[in-house]
Write a new protein. Structure first.
Length: 718
């Protein structure tokens, strides 16, 4: 017999009671919840940040929902607009492979709630299995009693007249004749529609009829629901999703050469902007400009007495971020411009540049808001090797950061109070992300209609984080994506991944800081093709004009992306009626955008194969077939299809041609029938058959097609 070593006791040595295990901790009621909900879209960082939509959107919610065993599921999306206390429920439809989907239409600005819920469908599972057993010739007597219990439970949840009707059905099932042949074939009474006559309704008519299913569906289970928990969705104005921007410097808006432009001059240019089809006119900083270390032409450190300086060197004895440059006019003049433009369908966007000139009142009133060097001087802005001696960056790490944050909020509230609803934010990636999350939330709580565009030419993860913390739109890398592979890869990332749940791209082919090599060397063809690409690949795009339509292309020096004679430092006079202007093409492209709802969205973007790498082809559609709407319907009936196909020559110097292979299913086109395509740029009409068609584009004429595809209606002859 084995002996324990000295000092060691066996578990049950004589005279020692056995150890008592603690009672197991039993699970709570959640342990009986069987469905699993995963893979929700839209979902941003597990719900840490809200997803985004715009007024008029159908928000499509998808999720992987499954349960152990073969039971069917009832899945639904619940949606709650701002201020509402009751949920609106939308049933989800199965997409196969445990993927479910539902859509709801949003009409109100602000923060909405939504969640995905699921519960085993006892009635549906019973009905499915009953049919299978009947087809197999099994005895159904007991199964009808099982169904009666399920329906009686539903009657108990319903109460009232519905409960009474369901109990009658359960009684019919309990009284059904016994035996295989008669169980489903026997006659029954109520709940079967006999308005059209016909034979006596049977148990089968009752069990498998839609009226019973609808009654049970309207009495959901009270227990066993799995839920994703409330998630947030921010609904912005329609311009957040679809907008055409135009940047201009007010000081260069004078129709008279040599005179400083004014807000009144910008007002006088509204007819031109309306003709172009502009939705948002963006004005660089309109505040007083500092004189200390003012920059001269092309950023020279030697400014003359008449040099206007950079508008981004904000602040002078006349005021700071809540004042306007005296030569532009008065605050009242700006307010009138905002009102007049809005009546013409255009929003005025102001620049929010959180930096100052050395002459800004904050420099003396709040010295702690600036970073000082050991010699006591304030550190000016730098982006080595570039130096901006005329600009002081704000120090967001200051000990007085709360006061600084509050001051910036006061600046925004000041301009919002004067009617401004759109802000382009300069270099937001150089300020704390937590600051933006706080600031935008504060503004949107009271003004959900306000739009923030992030000028964030920085690393992708930082750009995306800025979108997550609240920025409505963002500049992108589009300006530098020029090859077919680059464009297709980048657009896939922006429109077909989780990025699309929160990041809204705004494509700009040029800005006052960006004159790409392609625009410098590609001539008129490059400007035309980049316009079409920006305007049709992205629902929001912008141009810096009149430099764009007048095809400004000379850099400061070889290898530079800065313009020679940059408006950032010089007042320019633009001849808008020059015969070589692309203004008419810009206007036509923007009319096409406004007339085709397919171009108002990004999520339906699909690329099509062309047997030539210098040609890129893609489509957008508005073909949502009968989504589950509640409340108002969108202005454009989703049953009225709109499909647009663009083909663009990426080579600005040579004619390119090739065979285009369309994915007709993505366009909703029957491959067995001919279909019409209308080139909206040239007004040419073609009848195509099948997916393969030949295209040829000359960059000296028009380097692109924008086809509207018309699907023949089923009743039309071929």
């Amino acid at each position: 017999m084995h002996k324990a070593p000295a000092g060691e006791r066996r578990p049950h040595d004589e005279g020692e009671p056995p150890a008592v295990r603690p009672a197991p901790r039993l699970p709570d009621a959640a342990g009986r919840v069987r469905p699993v909900i995963e893979g929700i879209r839209p979902l941003v960082e597990g719900g840490r940040h809200p997803a985004k939509a715009a007024v008029g959107d159908v928000v499509a919610v998808e999720a992987d929902v499954f349960v152990d065993g073969p039971d069917l599921l009832t899945c639904e999306v619940r949606h709650r607009p701002p201020g509402a206390t009751d949920w609106v429920t939308v049933p989800m439809e199965s997409l196969g492979n445990d993927r479910w989907r539902a859509g709801f239409f949003v009409t109100e600005l602000g923060r909405h709630g939504y969640e995905v819920r699921a519960v085993p469908d006892r009635f549906g599972t019973w009905r499915r299995d009953l049919r299978a057993r009947a087809d197999d010739g099994q005895d159904l007597a007991v199964e009808l009693l099982v169904g009666a219990e399920i329906i009686e439970a539903a009657a108990g949840r319903a109460g009232g007249d519905v409960g009474r009707r369901l109990r009658e059905v359960a009684g019919e099932l309990r009284r059904a004749p016994r035996g295989l042949e008669s169980a489903l074939g026997g006659p029954v009474g109520g709940l079967v529609d006999r308005r059209n006559g016909g034979p006596e309704p049977s148990v089968a008519d009752l069990v498998f009829g839609e009226r019973l299913a609808a009654l049970v569906r309207d009495v959901p289970e009270s227990e066993g629901w799995a839920t994703s928990g409330p998630l947030d969705l921010v609904v912005d104005p329609e311009r957040a999703r679809f907008s055409t921007w135009y940047e201009l410097f007010p000081r260069s808006a004078s129709p008279t050469a040599g005179r400083h432009g004014t807000f009144a001059d910008v007002e006088g240019r509204l007819d031109y902007l309306v003709h172009l089809g502009v939705d948002v006119v963006y004005l660089p900083p309109v505040h007083p400009i500092g004189r200390t270390r003012r920059k001269g032409p092309d950023g020279s450190p030697d400014a003359g007495p008449d040099d206007p300086g950079s508008p981004w060197a904000i602040g002078s004895p006349e005021g700071g971020h809540t004042a306007v440059h005296p030569e532009l006019g008065t605050v009242e003049d700006l307010e009138r411009l905002v009102r007049t433009a809005r009546r013409r369908g255009i929003e005025v966007a102001l620049d929010l540049a959180l930096q100052t000139s050395p002459d800004h009142p904050w420099v003396t009133e709040h010295p702690a808001w600036f970073r000082h060097r050991p010699d006591g001087t304030v550190r000016h802005a730098e982006n080595p090797p570039k130096r901006y001696e005329d600009i002081y960056p704000l120090d967001f790490e200051t000990e007085d950061w709360r006061a600084l944050w509050a001051a910036v909020l006061a600046v925004l509230e000041s301009w919002i109070g004067r009617g401004v609803r759109v802000f382009r934010v300069d270099n937001p990636h150089t300020k704390p992300l937590a600051f933006w999350e706080w600031l935008i939330a504060q503004v949107k709580a009271d003004h959900p209609e306000v739009i923030f565009l992030a000028e964030a030419f920085t690393r992708p993860k930082v750009m995306y984080r800025l979108a997550k913390v609240g920025f409505t739109q963002s500049y992108t890398y589009f300006a530098w994506r020029t090859t077919k592979w680059e464009l297709e890869s980048y657009l896939h990332e922006l429109t077909a991944t989780e990025v699309a749940d929160y990041f809204r791209p705004n494509f700009w082919p040029n800005t006052p800081d960006i004159l790409t090599e392609q625009l410098q060397t590609g001539g008129r063809g490059a400007f035309m093709s980049r316009l079409v690409l920006a305007a049709t690949l992205s629902a929001s795009y912008g141009i810096y004009g009149p430099a764009f339509e007048l095809q400004e292309h000379v850099p400061r020096h070889p290898g530079s992306e800065e313009y020679r004679g940059s408006e950032k430092y010089t007042i320019r006079h633009w001849e808008l009626d020059r015969p070589d202007s692309l203004a008419e093409l810009v206007a036509r492209v923007n009319r096409i955008r406004h007339d085709n709802p397919a171009l108002h969205h990004n999520q339906t973007l699909r690329f099509h194969h062309v047997e030539n790498d210098q040609l890129i082809a893609y489509s957008k559609t508005y073909l949502i077939e009968e989504p589950r709407y509640l409340g108002a319907r969108p202005a454009h009936d989703p049953r009225d299809p709109n499909a647009v196909v663009a083909v663009v020559n990426l080579d600005p110097a040579n004619v390119q041609s090739g065979w285009l292979h369309l994915d007709l299913a993505a366009l909703g086109v029957d491959p067995g029938r001919p279909y019409d395509v209308h080139d909206l740029l040239t007004d040419a009409h073609y009848r195509w058959e099948g997916p393969d068609n030949f295209v040829k584009l000359d960059p000296d004429v028009v380097p692109a097609h924008i086809f509207r595809v018309r699907r023949p209606r089923p009743e039309e002859p071929t």
